[in-house]
Design a protein around this ligand. Structure first.
Ligand SMILES: Nc1ncnc2c1ncn2[C@@H]1O[C@H](COP(=O)(O)OP(=O)(O)OP(=O)(O)O)[C@@H](O)[C@H]1O
Length: 263
């Protein structure tokens, strides 16, 4: 069991509201292996962000059990077992790129010398070595997201939790960062749980794509991509890639998609 980055069993989440209870998640069973890349996809309101927030200990499940590397989510948070990156990069505008990347290390009490070595490594990992002295408002959206990823990786977490981190980026930047993320995940051996609305993004990045449906939010399908280690531009144009995109689309629609020329 210690091999599992995430183990959710029968997880449910109910939000009490003025107009009654909202069942955001019901009976969610999910296992993410160490080093595995798993995307969560589904229509708006199906509970993707809620599930990620439960894993990150930003909120608590109403029912079921949730373990991160065999520990309760709170323990994993204290131990900095995971890093998080959201759609908004959430950088501190008064800090340089280097100081933003190093923030988790400061909180961790890492020495200044160790911090600067690690910041240099991380800046190189995300391709920002020449920009460490800049401030966030001097960077493009894609560069800001790279800083956020470097910061999420600072404490060498074994798990990355990402909620639409590329959602606000243009398509070309988005594809470039997807490629970089697959390389970074492979180099760091971190497991990733990645929330997205984009079917091609989920397929390109993941070992498995978890399909969810709303009201009440639950997992309806899990699709193995089987696309192997090589995640490059050629993959995006391969038959295997299109096949998996179609499989995820059909799972989202709940039935085979009728193609032009077929009846
Ligand atoms: N704090 C809250 N109080 C009440 N209801 C909430 C709260 N947070 C989420 N919900 C409800 O829980 C359900 C799941 O929300 P969640 O944000 O997890 O969905 P999502 O799949 O991430 O959606 P999107 O793709 O639009 O981001 C929704 O019906 C939402 O309205």
């Amino acid at each position: 069991m210690m091999d599992l980055a995430v183990h959710a069993a029968g997880v449910g989440k109910v939000f009490p509201t003025k107009t009654g209870e909202v069942v955001a998640l019901t009976e969610v069973d999910l296992e993410v292996a160490a080093g595995e890349f798993v995307s969560l996809i589904g229509p708006s309101g199906c509970g993707k962000s809620t599930l990620l927030r439960l894993i990150a200990d930003l909120d608590q499940a109403t029912s079921g059990t949730l373990e991160i590397f065999g520990k309760p989510a709170k323990r994993a948070r204290i131990d900095q077992d995971y890093g998080i990156a959201f759609q908004q990069a959430g950088l501190l505008p008064w800090r340089t790129v280097a100081a933003n990347i190093g923030l988790p290390l400061e909180l961790h009490g890492t020495s200044k010398a160790e911090r600067s070595t690690r910041i240099a490594e991380l800046a190189e990992l995300v391709g920002l070595s020449d920009f460490v002295d800049r401030y966030p408002d001097q960077l493009s959206g894609g560069m800001q997201q790279r800083v956020a990823i470097a910061r999420a990786l600072a404490a060498q977490p074994r798990l990355l939790l990402m909620d639409e981190p590329f959602g606000a980026l243009d398509e070309m930047t988005r594809e470039r960062l997807q490629s970089e993320l697959t390389r970074i995940a492979a180099e760091t051996s971190a497991a990733v749980v990645f929330v997205t609305h984009s079917i091609p993004e989920a397929v390109f990045l993941s070992d498995r794509v978890v399909v969810m449906s709303p009201r009440p939010g639950r997992i309806t399908d899990v699709i193995e991509t089987g696309l192997g280690e090589q995640r490059d531009e050629a993959l995006r144009e391969s038959a295997a890639f299109f096949d998996r995109v179609t499989a995820v689309r059909e799972a989202l629609h709940g039935s085979p998609v009728v193609r032009a020329g077929e009846s």
